[in-house]
Design a protein around this ligand. Structure first.
Ligand SMILES: NC(=O)c1ccc[n+]([C@@H]2O[C@H](COP(=O)([O-])OP(=O)(O)OC[C@H]3O[C@@H](n4cnc5c(N)ncnc54)[C@H](OP(=O)(O)O)[C@@H]3O)[C@@H](O)[C@H]2O)c1
Length: 256
């Protein structure tokens, strides 16, 4: 299978890094012929002389351009191949308007962790996508992380839980590290301790297939330190505050 990228910025480059570990043949087309040549040298990839030339020779087109450029870039093209879009906020129905209602279309939502091949990626497709093509697109996403097939109506929620949440998780890590500094650790020490603990705590949930509450109960010994801190955390409303921030994220995604 030959895959062509139109637009190769931060996210497409991360995806290409994952795809380079697979058998797929890759080709790119950037914002100009000069940019295509430059990116081709940087990433050691073939380039096409134009977007149309790329489309005509590939089996799947991946769009790596910004959502606001989709209309300008796609309108002059005759798109005859399945299209995979990663553009935030562009629904499959809109993609069909911009390409063709006759085409198999796939929508994905990767996150920033694609850069370390550990993206949490959502995928959905229109009814013209065969099981085989859907499996191929899932395999493409698996090359740069973990893939979750969800219905398109859940994309905004997914965007909040996986796209935006790394920022919220970093804020939590930063807050814990600041508390360590307050109590005498250096910032570097505190960050190293907290980061390792967050990593291992996630790993623990996954590897032991545990529920967070089961592990919370295990850590909270009767009359101990953790239950004292945990109740203080809920006094300031951590759960309500997190849910409220996810509500705000989803609301904003719906407005875009
Ligand atoms: N970054 C993320 O964390 C993230 C997460 C989820 C989804 N996404 C989606 O991924 C897509 C790309 O985002 P990004 O963060 O990778 O943006 P980006 O780094 O700005 O990449 C966009 C690329 O599009 C190229 N481009 C501009 N005009 C073009 C044209 N006419 N033809 C072909 N290429 C053109 C730009 O080329 P130049 O470099 O020459 O300007 C740039 O390399 C967006 O749709 C975004 O919604 C991104």
């Amino acid at each position: 299978m030959k895959i062509g990228f139109i637009g190769v910025g931060k996210m497409a480059s991360a995806i290409i890094k994952g795809l380079k570990t697979t058998q797929y043949e890759l080709i790119i087309s950037g914002s100009s012929l000069e940019r295509s040549q430059e990116i081709s040298r940087q990433l050691d990839l073939a380039y096409a002389n134009s977007h149309q030339e790329l489309i005509d020779q590939v089996d799947l087109v991946i769009l790596g351009i910004k959502p606001q450029l989709m209309e300008t870039v796609l309108t002059p093209l005759a798109i005859t191949k399945p299209v995979l879009s990663m553009a935030a906020g562009i629904k499959l129905s809109r993609l069909a308007q911009l390409t063709s209602s006759e085409l198999p279309l796939i929508r994905i939502m990767p996150n920033i962790n694609a850069t370390i091949l550990a993206s949490t990626t959502a995928i959905c497709a229109n009814e013209l996508v065969s099981e085989e093509l859907f499996a191929t697109c899932q395999a493409i996403c698996d090359s740069f992380g973990e893939t979750f097939a969800i219905t398109e109506k859940d994309f905004d929620t997914f965007t909040a839980l996986a796209g935006s949440s790394p920022a919220y998780i970093y804020l939590f890590i930063e807050a814990l590290a600041k508390a360590g500094v307050k109590h005498g650790l250096t910032k570097d020490q505190a960050l190293a301790i907290v980061t390792q603990t967050v990593l291992a705590s996630s790993k623990h949930l996954i590897e032991e297939n545990e529920q967070p509450h089961a592990l919370i109960d295990k850590i909270c010994s009767p009359g101990g330190t953790t239950i004292a801190g945990l109740l203080d955390l809920e006094k300031t409303g951590l759960t309500a505050s997190v849910v409220s921030s996810i509500d705000a994220t989803i609301q904003k995604a719906k407005e875009l």
